[in-house]
Write a protein that binds this ligand. Structure first.
Ligand code: ADP
Length: 497
């Protein structure tokens, strides 16, 4: 069925991102907005816009029934949920379907199976996809669970089945802490998610977070669009992502891709989804969970594959077959994303509130900015602190890194502190350049004081040469001196201003 009008049940950068593709496809767009977002760019961009309620999301963006009513009043055929808010709410997806509206995403049944970490693991196990050693079902017998913990070896991680956003996880370092941490995990899970089921995983001490993008249609075809490396995190939440990973071999990439497709098949998946894995230092990988929606970091995949994921989601929702098979997809070049959050990396990444007094985006070859705010606007305190994403694309990894540094230096933001200085720090750190980093990067390598240290030109040259060598090619002198030149100019500007 051809979709003529889409309501985007979201705000900010992702609402705009979806609307742009809809417009390219000749589909009309409807925005919803809270009172805090009256002036937001996504409201102005849409063909029609409806105020849905007061700022808190439980009085606005989470009002599923009201959103369905708006669709019926305005003759909307389909809802795109973006990420967050209602995007993984199977009950909402079911109501949308019952109202005769297309939900641009998987079926509620797939969402339910993948929604709980425990049921997702059981589906993965049926497909022989490797799981982190531990107790992969809801713990009812503590004594038996303690025994498994001792067998897999401490430290272990207690996780909430309904967990998300890094919440509901507790590290247990030895058996003496087990009962206390278990009590805390269960009460935290009940308080945050209304579901106290928890399970145990071995705590992987040098973990890389690598995920596979998948895309399926309603005719049973499923492909993967390679990996995204998302190990640079704070509070278990991603800050820098890239595609492809600097360390995966073609064989491991293919094996992970096959496992991801198997997980998607296990739940009859269609639409865009992401299968997350944790990868240890030997590059052994284990299934973590599946996200049944578009991810924040999807642009890096779009850049290396040339596929517009939102367009494919819409086409799949219309009932079309995927226009390509696995053999048609290949990785071309390298892409990196830096999340721009109103947070202060000098102060433990605490959210920083304020108004964007200056906001000038970087431009130029290989630079994409997905954002949802304009100069002069306040960043609403009610929602996520991420207000923009800076994505760069280059022929190879060192080119993408060079473009990221250049683009961060061009980005002018005043009024709030952002994560950009941290992302720039990452781009020059030896651990990142060498690819030898894991989710402990911030804890191991980052100190706020380092943001104010001026790496000298020699170090930067070495870093560029090292990155290029690890990519298996020689750095040209022009690339090295270009990287020194851009880096140099920034400190001059900082000293002036
Ligand atoms: P959430 O749904 O809350 O995001 P995930 O299961 O996706 O939780 O895990 C989030 C992050 O926590 C991962 O990216 C990784 O950094 C860390 N993590 C998860 N499981 C493990 C594990 N078994 N060992 C070490 N780190 C882990």
């Amino acid at each position: 069925m051809k979709i003529h009008k889409i309501l985007i049940a979201n705000r900010g950068e992702i609402a705009l991102r979806v609307m742009r593709t809809a417009r390219e496809m000749g589909i009309a767009t409807v925005a919803i907005y809270s009172e805090a977002d009256r002036q937001a760019p996504h409201v102005k961009y849409a063909d029609e816009a409806v105020c849905i309620g007061p700022p808190p999301s439980n009085q606005s963006y989470l009002l599923g029934d009201k959103i369905i009513d708006i669709c019926q009043q305005l003759g909307v055929d389909a809802i795109h949920p973006g990420y967050g808010f209602l995007s993984e709410n199977a009950a909402f997806a079911r109501k949308v379907r019952e109202a005769g509206i297309i939900f641009i995403g998987p079926s509620p049944e797939s969402m339910e199976m993948m929604g709980g970490k425990i049921s997702a693991k059981q589906a993965a196990r049926r497909m022989n996809v490797p799981l982190v050693p531990g107790v992969n079902e809801a713990i009812t017998d503590r004594v038996a669970a303690k025994q498994v913990a001792a067998e897999v070896g401490y430290p272990i991680l207690i996780k909430a089945s309904a967990g998300g956003g890094g919440k509901g996880m507790r590290v247990v370092n030895d058996e003496a802490e087990f009962d206390e941490q278990m009590d805390r995990a269960v009460s935290e899970a009940i308080a945050s998610f209304g579901d106290g089921s928890v399970f145990i995983e071995k705590y992987i001490t040098s973990p890389k977070h690598i995920e596979i993008q998948i895309l399926g249609d309603q005719h049973g075809n499923i492909v993967h669009l390679f990996e995204r490396e998302c190990s640079i995190q704070r509070r278990h939440q991603k800050l820098v992502e890239e595609a492809p990973s600097a360390v995966l071999t073609p064989e491991i990439r293919a094996a992970m891709g096959q496992c991801a497709v198997a997980v998607a098949k296990a739940c009859g998946y269609y639409g865009a989804g992401t299968v997350e894995f944790i990868v240890d230092e030997n590059l052994d990988f284990y299934f973590l969970e599946m996200n049944t929606r578009l991810q924040v970091e999807h642009p890096v995949t779009e850049l290396i594959t040339g596929v517009d994921l939102v367009k494919e989601m819409i086409r799949v929702a219309e009932g079309h077959e995927l226009p390509f098979g696995q053999e048609d997809l290949e990785i071309k070049g390298h892409a990196i994303e830096s999340r721009v959050c109103a947070e202060d990396p000098r102060n433990n990444f605490l959210p920083d509130v304020g108004t964007l007094h200056t906001y000038v985006r970087p431009q130029g070859n290989g630079v994409r900015v997905d954002d949802g705010i304009e100069e002069g606007q306040p960043i609403p305190i009610y929602y996520d602190a991420m207000f923009a994403k800076l994505i760069t694309y280059g022929a190879d990894r060192s080119e993408a890194i060079g473009k990221m540094i250049r683009a961060i230096d061009e980005y002018q933001i005043t009024g709030v502190q952002t994560t950009l200085p941290f992302c720039r720090f990452v781009m020059q750190h030896e651990a990142f350049l060498s690819g030898k980093f894991d989710t402990r990067f911030v804890g191991l390598h980052f100190k706020p004081e380092l943001l104010d240290v001026q790496p000298d030109a020699i170090e930067i040259q070495l870093a560029a040469v090292l990155a290029a060598t690890l990519q298996g090619r020689k750095a040209t002198l022009t690339q090295v001196s270009a990287s020194v030149a851009t880096t140099g100019s920034r400190w001059k500007r900082n000293r002036l201003g």
